[in-house]
Design a binder for this molecule. Structure first.
Ligand SMILES: N[C@@H](CCC(=O)N[C@@H](CS)C(=O)NCC(=O)O)C(=O)O
Length: 210
């Protein structure tokens, strides 16, 4: 049995968990939740980066970086590939993977800043990162028909995780209201699509938690 080390607040972990669900691989992977208070001691033993997610293979090899972990997992099943084999479909999916992950990175950068002492916080950074995430959401909104055409791919999964991470950190209050991140105003079709995607069992099985 392989082991996926992760945390429930991590969108990159969530992406891999959703991927495992969509690829029907839960019979081969055990999810190991790394407790927040042990994160900084446990994760460096699995990866020099000390970050989640890490996938431990049956031979003990530790795979790092969620796109690589997902691509590895995709090689293990004989069903329809979530990293499409057709080149045009593949480049499209990888582009949406980049945008979805980009949203997560920007949201993480913004809310991390807000964990610093108030007098040390850089408001311009929070503004810049919030706008960066919003710009990615804009592009996904403009391309919603291309994004959602066809069966589920790594691109759709990553885009959904990106949107979900904006909503999650807003809901926890860790990401303060920013006009750029009003998705209902800014990206209504993307938000509606996320609502449908969220109903998939793979997503229901990997809801974000603080
Ligand atoms: N590119 C990496 C990013 C992983 C990442 O940033 N993980 C965050 C959680 S979402 C983390 O472990 N951060 C802990 C830290 O920075 O100390 C991936 O896609 O797996």
């Amino acid at each position: 049995m392989m082991k996926l080390y992760g945390s429930n607040g991590s969108p990159f972990t969530r992406k891999v968990r959703v991927f495992i669900g969509e690829a029907n691989l839960w019979d081969r992977v055990e999810y190991v939740l790394v407790p927040p208070n042990e994160f900084r001691t446990i994760m460096p033993t699995h990866s020099p980066l000390g970050k989640v997610p890490v996938l431990e293979l049956d031979d003990g090899t530790k795979m790092i970086d969620s796109p690589a972990i997902c691509e590895y997992l995709d090689s293990l099943h004989s069903g329809r590939k979530l990293f499409p084999e057709n080149p045009d479909e593949r480049w499209k999916a990888l582009r949406y993977l980049g945008l979805g992950d980009g949203i997560c990175e920007a949201v993480i950068a913004a809310f991390r800043e807000l964990y610093r002492p108030k007098d040390k916080q850089d408001a311009a950074l929070v503004d810049r990162e919030s706008k960066r995430a919003a710009n990615c959401a804009d592009l996904l909104e403009r391309e919603i028909d291309e994004l959602t055409a066809g069966p589920v791919t790594i691109g759709q999964i990553a885009a959904a995780i990106g949107v979900g991470h904006i909503l999650f950190r807003k809901q926890t209050g860790e990401l303060p209201p920013h006009p750029a991140l009003d998705l209902a105003m800014r990206a209504p079709r993307l938000l509606a699509w996320y609502g449908q995607f969220f109903e998939r069992p793979s997503m229901q099985n990997a809801k974000p938690e603080k």
